[in-house]
Design a protein around this ligand. Structure first.
Ligand code: NAX
Length: 327
């Protein structure tokens, strides 16, 4: 029998996990013939709810799901894992400053980074979803230095998927026509969804969509503010689409990027496009399945460069507020 892929998920009793775990167990990520072990990590008050989720996993009788471990002990949770999906975090509450949020989440992601470095498998890859995901990833990465920096990722894929759908709708084309959708910078309202380099049926978007006011205005703001629009409508933040984006992200890192395309993910900067080295930044990347590189050589308009500078500066501001957590 093939060796199981061991996957740790934090925040396993939360709403994103409630969509994600069943798809992981069903083989949607690693393939229908690959056994999966889930190592589910929660804080103590959520353990009872997590038991209920595990009962439901049991009741699906997934052929691929060979083992489920539940724990609040990080060393146990990350033991031998090939993938660590860090979803659990504390949401921003009314009256809470971004600075408070960064401090609280630092307290979560520092020990998680340390535990991953000491307990996970040698090939571990980490995806941070819990917000603010880029800076949380930076904190975990800096505290888990035994794991190479290029194995730490933060999630930009939900923004990419949102942008692709908006462009496809406007052009009246299927979403599969849209390629090369880059999301630059922070997973926040400053992110830059780069329509200049995106293509529809292989043609640059500004040549396909004539309405440049829409591209520069409504398109960008719709993507940037989509999370808030969903909270407004649903009374809760995106969950199923976020879980779907986790699956897309893991797949796009673990399998070769199709020719003529790229994918968006937060990765450690090596100084590309003037982004300071070490910052965890949303870039277009291409993967071989085992390694990846940032797509280089893209030339930005002045407006695009200024948008990228804005999101870079926001991330630098976040970084400066957590310096004491970066060992
Ligand atoms: P929920 O509040 O439903 O679930 C979070 C879970 O994390 C809870 O069960 C909680 O007990 C657990 N948790 C808290 N601290 C923990 C710790 N130290 N260790 C383990 N578990 C812990 O949130 P949910 O809707 O699932 O969202 C989770 C995170 O994803 C939030 O930070 C949210 O902002 C973020 N998102 C990130 C997205 C992205 O694209 N990067 C998009 C969706 C989502 O907004």
């Amino acid at each position: 029998m093939t060796t199981p892929v061991k996957v740790a998920v934090t925040g396993a009793a939360g709403q994103i996990s409630y969509s994600l775990l069943f798809r992981l167990a069903a083989g949607d990520v690693f393939g229908a013939d690959v056994p999966v072990e889930l190592r589910l990590i929660e804080i103590d008050p959520a353990m009872r709810a997590l038991e209920g989720v595990v009962m439901e996993l049991d009741d699906c009788a997934f052929p691929n799901l060979v083992n489920v471990v539940t724990t609040s002990d990080l060393k146990v949770g990350f033991d031998g894992v090939n993938w660590a999906l860090l979803i659990g975090s504390v949401p921003r509450k009314q009256g809470m400053e971004r600075r408070d949020l960064l401090g609280i989440n630092g307290g979560i992601f520092k020990p998680q980074g340390e535990a991953i470095a000491s307990a996970a498998a040698n090939d571990v890859r980490v995806l941070v979803v819990g917000n603010p995901c880029n800076t949380n990833c930076l904190i975990a990465r800096e505290n888990g230095k035994d794991v190479p920096a290029d194995r730490w990722f933060s999630m930009m894929r939900l923004d990419q998927n949102r942008a692709m759908t908006q462009l496809a709708r406007k052009a009246n084309r299927p979403v599969t026509s849209v390629t090369k959708m880059a999301i630059w910078g922070n997973h926040s309202a400053t992110q830059f969804p780069d329509f200049y380099h995106a293509e529809i049926d292989g043609v640059e978007v500004p040549k396909v969509i004539d309405d440049h006011d829409w591209l520069n205005g409504e398109f960008i703001t719709t993507v940037q503010k989509r999370g808030a629009a969903i909270i407004e409508a649903r009374g809760a933040s995106s969950a199923a689409s976020a879980a779907n984006a986790v699956i897309d992200t893991v797949r796009s890192i673990a399998t070769p990027t199709p020719a003529g395309d790229w994918t968006s993910v937060g990765v450690v900067s090596r100084g590309e496009y003037g982004v300071p080295e070490g910052l965890q930044f949303g870039f277009p990347i291409r993967s071989t399945g085992s390694s990846w590189e940032v797509v280089t050589g893209l030339v930005h308009t002045q407006a695009a460069q200024s948008a990228i500078d804005t999101t870079r500066d926001e991330l630098l501001g976040e970084q400066s507020e957590v310096t004491e957590l970066l060992s």
